[in-house]
Write a protein that binds this ligand. Structure first.
Ligand code: B16
Ligand code: MG
Length: 217
């Protein structure tokens, strides 16, 4: 049995309910700028994936072609709307139930913690949520070049806290993120539905169900 020495947390959809604002902003973009709509099922493909790759996936989904400049504009518009939602609607109350208690119990057991997020907005959100003191390292979308399912974000997190991948467990809400954790050689607990996160070792619906004792693989 592998000893778990570190927990690496995805941010959007795991620590905080920001995933709905990403969806709202992409939906607004497709409906008002591109002339079609996206649903929650398609949105599963956008979770955990970098902003630029999301634009490509959306255009591909609709069979549209755009120049690199137009793609950059679409990404910028989506981010503008996302930030508007976040600035007006996100407070420390948006941290998911059970998260802070679980982070405190990890600290008590001297298990290290990191964030591994694809989001370039992670530093801003972590600040706004007041959760920075709970983490030994934060890796965000500005520090990586390869989008999930590439394992770069999690390997960098493990390196920063000095724990080998086999002793790390990743918490993820996205298919691409579960794949990235597995590609990193880490354990993975899905946060969400086991029907969607099929490759996770096991899934939880909420951190209120999570205890240090369940970190056994
Ligand atoms: P940004 P995570 C991801 O964050 C989101 O799941 C995904 O929906 C978003 O497109 C991506 O960050 C990039 O975010 O546009 O803020 O740089 O789940 O990896 O914490
Ligand atoms: Mg996520």
């Amino acid at each position: 049995m592998a000893e778990i020495k570190a927990c690496i947390f995805d941010m959007d959809g795991v620590l905080v309910s920001t995933e709905i604002y990403h969806f709202k902003a992409w939906k607004r973009l497709t409906e008002t700028v591109l002339g079609f709509s996206i649903d929650e099922k398609f949105n599963e493909n956008l979770k955990g994936v970098s902003r630029a790759v999301c634009v490509d996936l959306i255009l591909q989904h609709a069979g549209l072609h755009k120049s690199p400049e137009e793609k950059a504009e679409l990404a910028a518009q989506k981010n503008k709307w996302f930030l508007e939602y976040v600035q007006t609607e996100i407070t420390p109350a948006n941290v998911y139930p059970g998260v802070i208690d679980f982070l405190k119990s990890l600290k008590q057991k001297e298990i290290k913690t990191a964030i591994g997020s694809a989001s370039k907005n992670a530093p801003l959100l972590v600040e706004k949520l007041g959760i920075k003191p709970y983490f030994n390292a934060i890796v965000d979308g500005n520090m990586i070049t390869k989008a999930k399912p590439n394992p770069e974000v999690f390997l960098k997190g493990a390196e920063l806290i000095g724990v080998p991948p086999e002793n790390c467990v990743v918490f993820e809400d996205a298919k691409s993120g579960v794949e990235a954790a597995k590609n990193a050689g880490m354990h993975c607990i899905g946060v969400g539905s086991p029907e969607i996160l099929t490759d996770a070792d096991f899934c939880i619906r909420s951190f209120t169900e999570m205890t240090v004792e369940r970190l056994r693989f």
